[in-house]
Design a protein around this ligand. Sequence first.
Ligand code: PLP
Length: 385
Amino acid sequence: MQISNHPTISTSADLRPTHVQVDLERLRSNLQAIQAHVGAARVMPILKANAYGHGLVRVGQYMQELGVGSIGVAYLEEGILLREAGITTPILVLGGILGSQAPLFLQHNLTLTVSSTQKLEQVEAAAAAAGVTARVHLKIDTGMERIGVHYYNAESLLEATLHCKHVEVEGIFSHFANSDAADLASARTQVERFHEVLRFYEKRSLPTPLRHMANSGAVLQLPESWMDMVRPGILLYGVYPSAQVQRTVAVQPALTWSSRIVYFKVVQPGHPISYGSTWQSDHPVRVVTVPVGYGDGYFRAMSGKAQVLIKGKRYPVVGTICMDQFMVNIENDSAYNEDEILLVGQSENERITVEDLADWAGTIPYEILTNINTRVPRVYLQDQK
Ligand SMILES: *Cc1c(COP(=O)(O)O)cnc(C)c1O
């Protein structure tokens, strides 16, 4: 018997009325707007978490077609997926790694993040054993307290790299905790701490590796952090990282999430809708059912708050959102089986954004995007250029 990790049902877009559509031209114009804004700094698009829900492999291929210099992901397996899809662009894995994973990084020609002297030794040993040179970026913790050598202890790690014969330090980076905030004082302190660490190279008259620090928030509001390269994630997809961030770059959402009505009925007063019977009308209403649920990433926490668009008009989601379906009150309007329904997107003059969904769910747009399940097929609107 064969046991497979892959779903046995096809997730082909033809079989399901629901899909996420990604407009590749929007990704290109967002990338170009970011590049124009940061001038001489390189742009490394961040494709972690299934390219923020937009589909890792297709977005990776498209970034390569656009000629980006490198791609950033969070995990080793994301890098391997891109390599297995034939992508040859340099890939930096940004997250924390296990020393035991080092041989796999080398085998797939992935750039490693080294965040301690111990990891450096493990990478050096793996590279020596494989007879190759490992390309690494050093991770400095300047205030995030996640991974990375503390800025006040970094010198010994930088020193140690000088003695590694099988490690090439291509880059050095840090990460902001508050770059999308209104108050940028702590972000500026992080920049200063990073500069302190970089003095190591100046003092020894050594060439400084590629310096990078800026995520989307810092791309938007901290020019002093752009240095040699920036690492925008959510901004590339046309979404701003927070409500308070300054919108200094104009971007447009690339993602639309739509489905089709699969059921229509009239519901009488005294007949509550869905699990828990949390909602009912005091007059007869028309209610349609949509084949999307929290199992697709349409959060149950949005029950009683979410809205959808049908033919350019907003309607409320009523009753508890189920795993695979939810209901919408269209009152006395008409909508029929097969009619399109937008969960995220624009129709006529109305628009529902991932920020709206985040507000309804009590979370941030990042979590909405990255939770759209792989069960939802992704389709791509080709770039006409
Ligand atoms: C996720 C991530 C980014 C991108 O963050 P955005 O806020 O989406 O721009 C950049 N750098 C690192 C290290 C990350 O983990």
